[in-house]
Design a protein around this ligand. Structure first.
Ligand code: DGJ
Length: 333
């Protein structure tokens, strides 16, 4: 009697366990801008100020890991993998550095971006490296043999001798890698990286605008550059400019969303081009920062309306993306 009761309890428990695990691993069918975004473990994705690197048909999303139980002496970069841009598998923290340049207790590692060098076969991560007062203003570089392997710290420097805080990445259609960086004295730099991605080859453009969260996309013969104003963690109206060539001349910057929404409470981090069999979608990737509870910061991903020199971020809402087709569908509920 007792044994059969125990057996029933065990079976019920295992059943419940199974149920909760499958609920955790449930496949998502949509992207919900601004909502908690569960990874394959059911935990909110921690990839803030992030970048995306595509390797064959897999997207790797890197970002600032800001979960609550971290060692306060270390700075972490997480890595997630996905084939559909909707369901993300946590691949671990590929960076967990202790203060590599003796910058002091509240040192900063932000906005990681990973480039793949065809020349060396290495993955090269750039990030904003700083001290607590944001005066060090350099890029840091770390390197790995695998997209989701541990990255080893290599060096830090000021690109072409300039102050560098927020960074962005851009890969042109010919595969050439570019870094975008914000330089307080001068403005918004676009520089080409060397083939090994370990250094800057040359300056391509200097836009004399003070813009953070820089990102670029090439779409139907035009380059679109976006960025935010410098308002710390508070959102502001992000803006865009266009040019026929990365060298410019660049148009005036203009709003990419209704000004009063402050980019719907977000700040740009990347423009992702999803070129499929039927169409090409450009996604705006932004962060909705929660400075006091950074682990709960959200993501605003949304397909933009783009073409003929116009770029517009529509009112965010849930959507489905089909990576293979390059299409998205808005969900009206
Ligand atoms: C705005 C930047 O875009 C963020 O990455 C971060 O550096 C905050 N400023 C800090 O205030």
């Amino acid at each position: 009697m007792l044994r059969s009761k125990l057996l029933i309890t065990t079976i019920t428990f295992l059943g419940l366990l199974n149920l909760s695990q499958s609920a955790l691993a449930q496949k998502l069918d949509r992207i919900n801008p601004g909502e908690v975004w569960p990874d394959d473990r059911g935990a909110h994705i921690q990839a803030h100020g992030g970048g995306i690197t595509k390797v064959k048909d897999t997207y790797y999303w890197y970002g600032e890991e800001r979960r609550q139980d971290l060692d306060s002496n270390r700075r972490y970069v997480s890595c997630y993998a996905s084939k559909d841009l909707t369901n993300w598998k946590f691949k671990g923290d590929v960076v967990a550095f202790t203060d590599p340049e003796n910058l002091g207790p509240r040192w900063i590692l932000e906005r990681p971006k990973v480039f793949f060098s065809k020349k060396t076969g290495k993955y090269v991560m750039y990030f904003h490296l700083d001290n607590s007062t944001y005066k060090y203003a350099r890029v840091g570089i770390a390197i790995s043999d695998k997209p989701d392997g541990k990255f080893s710290y290599l060096k830090s420097f000021r690109p072409l001798g300039h102050e560098s805080r927020d960074i962005g990445q851009f890969i042109d259609d010919d595969g050439a890698p570019y870094l975008i960086f914000e330089d307080r004295p001068l403005g918004f730099h676009i520089v080409k990286l060397t083939a090994d991605c370990l250094d800057i080859e040359k300056e391509v453009s200097l836009i004399r605008e003070h813009m953070e969260g820089g990102a670029i996309v090439h779409y139907k013969g035009l380059y679109y550059a976006i960025g935010s104003a410098l308002t710390g963690w508070r959102p502001n109206p992000n803006r865009y400019a266009t040019a026929r060539s990365l060298e410019g001349p660049w148009s005036e910057f203009q709003d990419l969303a209704p000004k009063e929404t402050n980019t719907y409470g977000s700040q740009s981090t990347l423009l992702l081009k999803v070129a499929g069999r039927r169409d090409t979608t450009i996604l705006f990737l932004g962060d909705i920062w929660k400075p006091k509870t950074q682990w709960d910061s959200r993501y605003l991903w949304m397909p933009v309306e783009i073409g003929s020199g116009k770029l517009w971020l529509p009112q965010p809402g849930p959507f489905k993306i089909n990576v293979r087709e390059g299409t998205t569908i808005k969900i009206n509920n």
